[in-house]
Design a protein around this ligand. Sequence first.
Ligand code: NAD
Ligand code: MG
Length: 300
Amino acid sequence: MTATKNQYAMQDPLKQYPGPDFDRQPQSAPGLAKEMRPRPDHGEESYQGFGRLKGRRALITGADSGIGRAVAIAYAREGADIVMNYLPSEEADAREVRRLVSDAGVKVTAIAGDISEEAFCRELVQKTVGELGGIDILVNVAGKQTSVDSIADLSTEQFEATFRTNVFAMFWLCKAALPHMPAGAAIINTTSIQSYQPSASLLDYAPTKAAITAFTHALAKQVAPKGVRVNAVAPGPIWTPLQPSGGQPQEKIEGFGSEVPLKRPGQPAELAPVYVLLASQESSYVTGEVYGVTGGNPIS
Ligand code: NAD
Ligand code: MG
């Protein structure tokens, strides 16, 4: 079953997409969208573009699955050329995205590689500039989340890997990309409700998200004089491979999303319009902002 819906027809948001109970469905990290039941809705059948990003050049990390895939589909249908990054083990998901993006009639280049390495981040930006001629939109979506119940079992290796993937990579990519970004360009980072309401078992992940939030506020002030805007999106529980591949224990997958006022997880397709807004000139006076898409839990 796929959770596909017409995302423009007026309807009850409580019933728009599946809610608990879900089946347990363990995968090893980073997981694949194609293995999830129900299949997440990334807007494949529904997202309609209106030319809001026509001719823009976008680099999107984590673009094979989940929120990043929904962003890639939406940006392509809004007219942007795209470089998509993901891990080599996610080639099967990435292939589907490459097809969907090229069906939209824009240019797409897929570059697999590990952003927890600084040299690769610099190479990714260089290759993007080589392919597209510059960067108008940098979307940092890739992230690592591994639930561990006790600090006694949280290794230094995991703590460091989570920070390298979620925080250091964002820093390296922003640093490398900014010299190639003209006035009017936008950076969009992906923080989380965890930045504001951290879970006990996400002792490494939640602080990375708080760092992303603060980095977004600070960088927005720093690059405002260049005419580059920097914002972040703070998702609540979203139905993506991040969660069943170790982001949550399997017993929490069964009730995933039940804790929010809308009583279900969000689908990646429900995030894409916010990433489009923050990339487009329509949000010209919005910078240093965090936009929550949480199903009703406040980001404060
Ligand atoms: P996802 O698993 O579909 O996407 C995460 C992606 O990160 C993977 O597809 C992978 O390509 C990429 N990635 C991980 N480690 C990498 C590395 N070392 N090098 C390169 N790429 C790497 O899951 P998602 O939920 O769409 O996650 C996207 C973002 O949303 C993450 O930053 C996550 O923290 C954030 N987020 C997710 C939720 C949620 O409930 N799903 C909630 C809040 C925030
Ligand atoms: Mg993936």
